[in-house]
Design a protein around this ligand. Structure first.
Ligand code: GTP
Ligand code: MG
Length: 197
């Protein structure tokens, strides 16, 4: 799919304030610093559309970007950022959970996982919670440029094995590098298929 146009629309603290658009939207979630905002910039081919930082905790709000005037990408704050303190973490979790459970336009959630790490409890629990709530999601492994291709394949295979201990079926899985623009066509084609259906 060609991205002809990508524009920032609005940031909100609360799902109830998000615009009622009726258009499909695709949201990006995962631990702070996993690369959600970078992936949005990579997919849209626009550096600086979503704000990124080497420090975790950059994205604090629900950010809507309209693509080709037809559908939305949504950048969410990350979960699990230790230095934010308990109250801060709970507040961010409320924003995230409220969006995921109440946003009718949310068509598919992309759960980002850093391909360098072993399966983390916080991500496994989060995906379990998605399953319990019937939320459609995919998994996106990020930062594949930071490992050799053999290690990437091994880590993803090990992650899938871990998931199959508790899931009967695996969701769609993508391997990406925002740095090297890997995985762009696969994700955009997947979104296009859903938009058409
Ligand atoms: P929060 O908004 O804090 O939750 O983080 P985020 O998930 O939006 O991460 P962000 O996109 O801001 O990226 C965090 C850091 O990882 C930045 O320094 C990015 O440059 C870096 N980064 C993101 N994706 C990649 C990638 O594919 N490869 C490499 N090498 N670095 C990446
Ligand atoms: Mg971000």
């Amino acid at each position: 799919m060609e991205i002809k146009d990508a524009k920032f629309v609005i940031s909100n603290t609360d799902v109830s304030k998000c615009p009622a658009t009726g258009l499909p939207e695709y949201a990006f979630i995962g631990r702070s610093n996993v690369g959600k905002s970078s992936l949005i910039n990579m997919l849209t081919n626009r550096k600086g559309l979503a704000m990124t930082s080497s420090m975790p905790g950059k994205t604090q709000l629900i950010n809507h970007f309209i693509i080709n005037n037809e559908w939305y990408l949504v950048d969410l704050p990350g979960y699990g950022y230790a230095q934010r303190g308990r109250e801060g973490r709970e507040n961010i979790r409320k924003i995230i959970d409220g969006y995921i459970l109440n946003r009718h336009e949310m068509t598919c959630l992309f759960v980002l996982i850093d391909c360098r790490h072993e399966p983390q409890k916080i991500d496994l629990e989060f995906m379990r919670w998605l399953g319990e709530n019937g939320v459609p999601f995919c998994i996106v492994f990020t930062k594949t440029d930071k490992l050799g291709s053999v290690r990437v394949r091994e880590n993803i295979a090990a992650y899938k094995m871990r998931l199959l201990e508790e899931w009967e079926e695996l969701p769609p899985v993508f391997a990406t590098s925002s740095e090297k623009k890997v995985g762009r066509d696969e994700i955009l084609d997947y979104i296009e298929e859903i938009n058409k259906s």
